[in-house]
Design a protein around this ligand. Sequence first.
Ligand SMILES: NC(=O)c1ccc[n+]([C@@H]2O[C@H](COP(=O)([O-])OP(=O)(O)OC[C@H]3O[C@@H](n4cnc5c(N)ncnc54)[C@H](OP(=O)(O)O)[C@@H]3O)[C@@H](O)[C@H]2O)c1
Length: 323
Amino acid sequence: MKAIRIHEFGGPEVMQLEEVPKPLPAADEILLKVYATSVNPADYIIRQGGNDLLRPLLKLPMGLGLDASGIVEAIGADVKDFKPGNKVYGVPNFPGDGGYAEYLAAKATQFAPMPHNITFNEAGALPSCALIAWNAIVDLGHVQPGQRVLIHGAAGGVGNLAVQFAKAKGAYVIGTASAHNFDFLKELGADEVIDYNTQHFEELLHDIDLVFNASPVRDQSVRMKSAEVLKDGGIFVCSQLDSPFPAALLQVLAAKNAIGTMVGGGSISYTSSLHGTTALIEEGKVKAVVSKVYPLAEVAAAHRESEKKHVRGKLVLEVAKEN
Ligand SMILES: NC(=O)c1ccc[n+]([C@@H]2O[C@H](COP(=O)([O-])OP(=O)(O)OC[C@H]3O[C@@H](n4cnc5c(N)ncnc54)[C@H](OP(=O)(O)O)[C@@H]3O)[C@@H](O)[C@H]2O)c1
């Protein structure tokens, strides 16, 4: 089978499409025929050698790809939740031999049934961003109807799902984005959009219940201002696990009796996040946003585009054509 592998860390050119052995599923694993995957910041960060959190976990040569959608081809002896032929999506083997491959073997617990009303390409755009956005909005943010929620990076892979999840939970949703994404975000359900290039959200907002920082840009001043616009007892959730909160930010949060927390890492529940996402998609309350589809062989071009940090929704890598 064919898979993208890296033998050294570096630029997009280190990703090679190679012939590698088809994996065999262990007792608690499924063998997945992959139809689609997508590009996430973690993919190019790993390709470059990782950050402080990821570096110790990376071992060359290695595969890539946080996301995968496809059809279960075989199951291990202990797998009860899936059978061959099931359409599933998930976040397999992170960080390692993920969705940038024609087949992968990974723990069954890393998958959920795919929504029945979307394509493999749409499903391949969702899993890792859905895990982060669900965890931020539902599990950590506890968003309730009528609450005011601010989402930084609202047009991105994580951000657009956070907007849709918060809206589905009945919140008043404010997003930050560049002006060309205003109409897009309003269509997704955002009640207000702020252009972070020309406007200062901290001058426009106050008494926010939840701020979710889903921007790919690490900026301590945005974090500090986010804490300042929270109401007393509010919640600040940040997606930038690799960049710990400084003491000054913790002081502002403490003075407001506010909670500051990172989203991501090992604490995420695949089951509740992916099952919750599937339900909202099947109810027509959430959709997958795919801005461009590349064949797997053009992964380098997709990474170059993602690294500009202005993708709307997701860039999908099509691994196999849907019948
Ligand atoms: N994807 C995952 O699975 C995952 C998992 C864990 C953590 N995270 C973290 O979550 C963050 C977001 O990931 P992502 O996949 O959503 O990234 P992404 O899709 O690459 O984000 C692109 C978006 O970022 C926006 N953006 C760029 N600069 C900005 C700025 N200065 N302020 C506000 N928004 C800005 C852009 O909006 P405009 O074009 O409108 O300017 C664009 O829509 C990253 O820090 C990532 O490390 C992601």
